[in-house]
Design a binder for this molecule. Sequence first.
Ligand code: KIV
Ligand code: ZN
Length: 391
Amino acid sequence: MSNNNIQIFDTTLRDGEQVPGCKLNSEQKVVIAEQLDLLGVDVIEAGFPVSSPGDFESVNAISKIVKNATVCGLTRAVENDIKVAAESLQYAKRPRIHTGIGTSDLHILHKFKSNRDAIIERAFDAVKYAKSFVEDVEFYAEDAGRTENEYLARVCEAAIKAGATVLNIPDTTGYCLPSEYGAKIKYLKENVKGIEKAILSCHCHNDLGLATANSIEGVINGARQIECTINGIGERAGNTALEEVVMVLKQHPYLNLDTNVNTSMLYGMSQLVSDSMGIYTQPNKAIVGSNAFAHSSGIHQDGVIKNRETYEIINPVDVGVTESAIVLTARSGRAALAYRAKNVGYELTKLQLDDVYANFLRFADQKKEINDSDIHQIIETSKVYQQIISA
Ligand code: KIV
Ligand code: ZN
């Protein structure tokens, strides 16, 4: 792995599956894990094995079929969680245990009714115990986004001392600003003793719509792993969207940060997760929404027909979408109508187009979107129709 390679840790099957009503069965999880492996993600968080026998089974089944990615199981800083996770991961080629504990004062005082020193001890013991089963142990400091940096650095030092290979810095509540989250990662890079023995990981939630920006700021400041989900699904407002961070890094090569993801599979992956979970993807969702490459206003359509790059920064083919769409609505112009008419077999002269366009606007004012069969009807009911067919 080069120092500029960002590891993509997919948690669709764990944090993503925490969305109410989106439970997947073990077969569906295996199908998604197989596709994630082909997509080229580096780590698949397959579940939280101690949480239910079903989750244990899924992690176990995924461990058997994944060929390239590391397979990871989540635990609390609890011995039995860790033992059960190790058992469920026993067939994985590259197993990872992901253990951790809340580190913000809110979590320490209210969830654990404990104190800072005792939490450091629990973090150390959990990592040490996980290391007795697997070499690759990731430690998460839950609510790191609201944890004071100096204390967070002490927790990270303890985790590294116990053998952690990855330090996950979750903005669990999606609270941080990008500048704040980036500064936190930089602070840890510069102040944690032994930090060269581990990589820092960004795990951001989207409560303020900042998950992607925060993750990118994290890697700019030295993190080398991003935790994310397909379509950004996850609890509340969701997690960082995998397709977004991967495409941000691809579209900004001067950042000199890359991933191993085969981006041409992103759209198919999005559809698979959306269909399996029964969660509809919002049309304006970046990269994979149905409108992400659709143009409906006359000015934009004219530009895109002349040169796609006038209004698109991503080639749709790069993310697995066959082509940009020119959508006909009452806001569309003559260029778009001529383009779509040509696609269904009519080559219109300028004069013919003027007449057909007037007819088109009458139709379009009555209908949200004009489809191919409407185009035939619009042309066949226009005054110049005889001229067009004899042309
Ligand atoms: O958001 C979070 O803090 C988490 C951890 C359990 C990793 O999902
Ligand atoms: Zn999370």
